[in-house]
Design a protein around this ligand. Structure first.
Ligand code: VG1
Ligand code: CO
Length: 543
């Protein structure tokens, strides 16, 4: 087995977005594309010599081939040890946990997360660092710079490693350990949550439906919910990961998880429903006929986390991404703990978690997690809810009602306009930017603007500065609209419009989001001229 040095040239567009590098699968499979990016990562971190890595992915099309390439390149670049999930499977949270538990230098996670999979869909590669979290902005930039000057990569001329068999083998001078994908993660969950209480809940007839969406959480949910916790067989739906996620879109929201929504709103609905995404870091929570927005879920968890054994000392602080609703802010205020507002993407929570400034974080896009790892964690959120339900004895609907009565309700919705012409999307954002200075004091669709800005963030731990993170327009009374361009799409631009209204009147807590947000939606249209600029009559996805 010899290390080969292959001559190559820089490939355009190898710039990571909100969460890793995401491209259409065929782009990733083009000659040298994956190899160039992996070598750029290794160069960007100062080489692989003597290093250990965790490698795994969500099982989507090309996962298995990409892992074999990464293994051969790690070996050729002098890595000493790579730990791989069996059959190449590791959820993003499980990979983050393994990096931390085993003390490896870094990790490679093969996933395009909530994007569909298959040869005609999307593929992705995320690089995580020794704290278990996504590469920081600085490292991401260093890697990108490498992609623009790369002239060669190193790869071992070798056979495939058998990833089906648990055990140790070697590839050149490098050790390869194939490990069970689920057991370490499951053990960590049993330490954080009151498994006895949740087991008793299921034994008492509590019924649940978990939709794994043919993605990576299938084996994890089956082992934990149906295995350890004794939920009846069949609790986990779509539990076998498939390379194209059963032809679906593995994004856990009421639109894409409509099978679960139909079950939860149908006759004989179970008590509790949940779903997770392609790589297992997102979650959806739904009670019988009661969908919980991710922003509300974060706030409710902040209010009740002390009921779970791993959090009984209470929270040190909470953090949310800027577009996430302010519901959690009011819980933090009531508890007297800090609440941080960060740019979109889990990488911005890492320093706060490492420094102990926050130990609960969340995003409106169905991401929730804590300092147990450095990624958001879908099943963690589901188990946290089960723990809260078991400890409080309340249903999801009662928990949310009580929460709104105590703290008020942040009505919230996100409108996505997908695959919009990039020039039109940039024009829309430029137009908004040009209005910022003149908006305060003006009336838009019956609302009065109090503040308008483009969000920028100075990290309170490492002092790094990130600008251009979304346009915010705040209205009197606490309503708000935020506009951002997505950093995870692979075609054209996706415009995200985040709509929010705060309501504290006791008789206004049960409106539909459409009713409650009608004025804010009208204001968003008036400010951004979405219809005329994009040619779209309505959003593609409303969550
Ligand atoms: C989206 C979400 C963001 C999330 C990111 C990665 O990014 O809005 O909150 O962190 O996806 O999630 P964007 O730039 O498209 O808005 V995952 O589960 O796809 O890794
Ligand atoms: Co994900």
């Amino acid at each position: 087995m010899t290390a080969q040095i292959i001559a190559t040239q820089p490939i355009d567009g190898q710039k990571a977005g909100t969460s890793g590098l995401r491209k259409q699968t065929r782009v990733f499979m083009a000659p040298h594309f994956l190899e160039n990016y992996v070598q750029s990562i290794l160069n960007g971190i100062g080489g692989a010599s003597g290093k250990t890595f965790v490698v795994g992915g969500d099982g989507r099309y090309f996962n298995d081939r990409a892992i074999q390439v990464i293994l051969r390149m790690a070996a050729a670049n002098g890595a000493t040890h790579v730990i791989v999930g069996q059959n190449g499977i590791l959820s993003t949270p499980a990979a983050s946990h393994l990096i931390r538990k085993l003390g490896t230098d870094d990790g490679f996670i093969l996933s395009a997360s909530h994007n569909p999979g298959g040869i005609d869909a999307d593929f992705g590669l995320k690089f995580n660092m020794a704290n278990g979290g996504p590469a920081t902005e600085a490292v991401t930039q260093a890697i990108f710079e490498q992609t623009t000057t790369l002239t060669e990569y190193r790869i071992l001329d070798a056979h495939d490693v058998d990833l089906a068999k648990i055990g140790e083998t070697t590839l050149g001078d490098m050790k390869v350990s194939v490990i069970d994908s689920v057991s370490d993660y499951a053990a960590m969950m049993s330490e954080l949550f009151d498994f006895e209480a949740i087991r008793a809940l299921f034994a008492g007839g509590f019924r649940m439906a978990f939709d794994a969406m043919h993605a990576v959480t299938g084996p994890y949910a089956t082992a934990i919910l149906e295995g350890t916790l004794g939920a009846p067989k069949g609790t986990v739906l779509n539990g076998v990961p498939s390379p194209d996620f059963g032809g679906g879109h593995p994004d856990p929201n009421p639109i894409w998880a409509h099978q679960l929504m139909d079950i939860m709103t149908g006759h004989d609905a179970p008590d509790f429903g949940a779903a997770s995404d392609g790589d297992g870091d997102r979650n959806m929570i739904v009670g019988r006929g009661a969908y919980v927005t991710p922003s509300d879920s974060l706030a409710l968890i902040a209010a009740h986390a002390h009921l779970a054994p791993g959090y009984k000392a209470g929270l040190s602080g909470v953090a949310r991404s800027m577009p996430t609703s302010g519901a959690v802010d009011r819980v933090a205020k009531a508890k007297g703990i800090p609440c941080f507002e960060t740019p979109t993407g889990w990488k911005f929570f890492g320093t706060l978690l490492d420094a102990g400034k926050a130990n609960l974080c969340g995003e409106e896009s169905a991401g929730t997690g804590s300092d147990h790892i450095r990624e958001k964690d879908g099943l963690w959120a589901v188990l946290m809810w089960l723990n809260i339900i078991a400890a409080s004895g309340h249903s999801v609907a009662v928990l949310m009602d009580n929460h709104w009565t105590t703290y008020g309700r942040n009505y919230y919705s996100r409108h996505d306009y997908e695959a919009v012409d990039s020039d039109a999307a940039n024009g829309l954002m430029d137009h908004l930017r040009s209005q910022l200075g003149s908006l305060p004091g003006h009336h838009v669709a019956g609302l009065t603007v109090t503040e308008a800005d483009e969000f920028a963030y100075r990290d309170p731990v490492d002092d790094s500065y990130t600008s251009g993170q979304g346009i915010r327009v705040m209205f009197s009374g606490g309503s708000r609209v935020v506009f951002r361009l997505s950093g995870t799409g692979t075609q054209g631009a996706t415009i995200r419009v985040y709509l929010e209204r705060v309501e504290t009147s006791p008789n206004q807590l049960h409106l539909t989001p459409e009713e409650a947000l009608a004025e804010v939606i009208a204001a968003a249209e008036e400010l951004a001229e979405i219809k005329t600029r994009t040619g779209r009559d309505a959003p593609d996805v409303i969550t």
